[in-house]
Design a protein around this ligand. Structure first.
Ligand SMILES: CC(C)(COP(=O)(O)OP(=O)(O)OC[C@H]1O[C@@H](n2cnc3c(N)ncnc32)[C@H](O)[C@@H]1OP(=O)(O)O)[C@@H](O)C(=O)NCCC(=O)NCCS
Length: 420
């Protein structure tokens, strides 16, 4: 049995943020019915196409374990079918532009009236306020949520991160809201509205930078490189390059081969508890007792010199050798892994975090599996559905249409071309 077995999800999501959330629900065992515009579907099916004619990796990697139904929710018969879906489902998830559901004729009040037990979960770019009507994509959220202004180097422009904290991050937040609301429904019997704004999700993940904003009132942020460099702090949390976000100083350092390999680097943290071991490993035993080096606070204005010396050592080793040497001493280091190295990492395949999936249009491809492991609810990653692949079975098995009634719905054009 899967954790969310028996839960039906009306998946009205598209692009990345919403689909991330519903993919997790599907992996946990919910029956996720992706409702897509007839003949068109989620726009990502045809974005960044690498295999002509096939659903893109963008789509396939975000829509595993779902069923797809074509439905024009603006057509009269389509509205009837959508109403039936709302009646049958436990959860409706959507990330349309603000107001789109209202314009379809399905505001929250109407949805609740149709099914008081339903949980309606929405992602929008911004919460209520002056920006609430804006359409928002990943990088806009990273900028509005405080991530971009605090990412990058002090002497460079703000940077967005490679991790999709605005889209996938908000999808994760929403998923937690949904399962929490399902849990509450066990007691109250009522559904509720769950909303998550991408700006809020990014800000939540940038929490430590708001911490630093307030710490600025008490003086310079001593663990930031700029403190040791004598660069004055301004009014806002500055960009900290690759400095560690916590109280333990850390940097990205070059390793052997960095001249040719853009990822021949390691992260290196000089945690206070293992400082003496760091000194021994890099051949600087005198720093263990030397004034200005022995105590953590004394080292903060010398971080460039200290990490420069450690880098002289890491440059003589590969990033994996640094890991092998430092790990037995509990010195926290991490190789900078390229996507190519991750795609070839047998350990990640063994845990199901990386998976190979077969697809009828595109053949085998790699994907990230479920990163959350439940011992009693294992995940089997199944390929994403073709557009409208399950329209007929959902009409019949989930919504109970049959005979002439089924024919009426199919011939109305509300559910796309008839598929056998
Ligand atoms: C992502 C986003 C910018 C895309 O905008 P978009 O491509 O213009 O798509 P929209 O959500 O506005 O939907 C376009 C239209 O298709 C309609 N539509 C979608 N599915 C439909 C269906 N099955 N049947 C009929 N109409 C449908 C919508 O109702 C909407 O119509 P409207 O403009 O008359 O209201 C926007 O959806 C958004 O801001 N979403 C919230 C934030 C978000 O999740 N952003 C990150 C995405 S990764």
């Amino acid at each position: 049995m899967k954790a969310l077995q028996g839960i039906k999800v009306l998946d009205f999501t598209h692009v990345q943020s919403g689909p991330t959330c519903t993919q997790l629900l599907a992996w946990f065992g919910a029956d996720v019915i992706k409702v897509e515009r007839p003949g068109v579907g989620d726009a990502t099916r045809k974005q960044l196409v690498d295999v002509p004619g096939a659903d893109s990796l963008y789509f396939t990697m975000l829509n595993h374990n779902k069923r797809s139904m074509e439905l024009n929710s603006k057509n009269e018969t389509g509205k009837e079918v959508l109403t039936r879906l709302i009646e049958e489902c436990d959860v409706l998830v959507e990330n349309f532009a603000p107001g789109a559901l209202d314009r379809m004729g399905f505001p929250w009040e109407r949805i609740q009236e149709i099914n008081p037990r339903i949980i309606m979960a929405s992602i929008k770019g911004f919460g209520p306020g002056k920006y609430e009507d804006c359409k928002v994509y990943e990088n806009v959220a990273q900028c509005a949520g405080g991530s971009a202004s605090t990412t990058g180097f002090l002497d460079g422009p703000p940077l967005v991160t490679g991790a999709q904290i605005g889209d996938s991050g908000t999808g994760l937040h929403l998923c937690l809201g949904i399962v929490t609301a399902l849990f509450q429904r066990e007691t109250t019997g009522r559904g509720q509205k769950v909303t998550c704004a991408m700006q809020d999700g990014v800000l939540n993940l940038s929490r430590v930078k708001l911490r630093d904003q307030q710490r600025l009132d008490a003086g310079p942020l001593k663990e930031y490189s700029q403190f040791g460099e004598g660069v004055p702090f301004g009014e806002a949390t500055p960009r900290a390059g690759n400095d560690s976000g916590g109280g333990q100083p850390g940097r990205i350092l070059k390793c052997k081969g960095w001249e040719q390999d853009p990822n021949a680097y390691t992260y290196f943290i000089i945690q206070a508890a293992v400082w003496e071991k760091v000194c021994d490993v890099i051949g600087k035993p005198e720093w263990k007792t030397q004034d200005g080096y022995a105590k953590p606070n004394e080292r903060l204005d010398k971080l460039n010199e200290i990490f420069g010396t450690i880098e002289q050592w890491t440059m003589t080793k590969s990033k994996f050798e640094v890991m092998d040497i430092c790990n037995p001493h509990d010195i926290p280091v991490g190789p900078i892994l390229s996507m190519k190295e991750i795609a070839e990492d047998e350990g990640l395949f063994a845990t199901g975090t990386m998976v190979k999936v077969d697809h009828p249009e595109r053949g085998e491809y790699l994907s990230v599996g479920c990163p959350i492991k439940l011992s009693d609810s294992p995940v089997e990653v199944e390929r994403s559905p073709l557009l409208g692949e399950h329209t007929n079975e959902i009409l019949q098995e989930v919504l109970g249409y049959s005979g002439d009634d089924l024919g009426r719905v199919i011939s109305s054009g509300a559910v796309g071309e008839a598929k056998t």
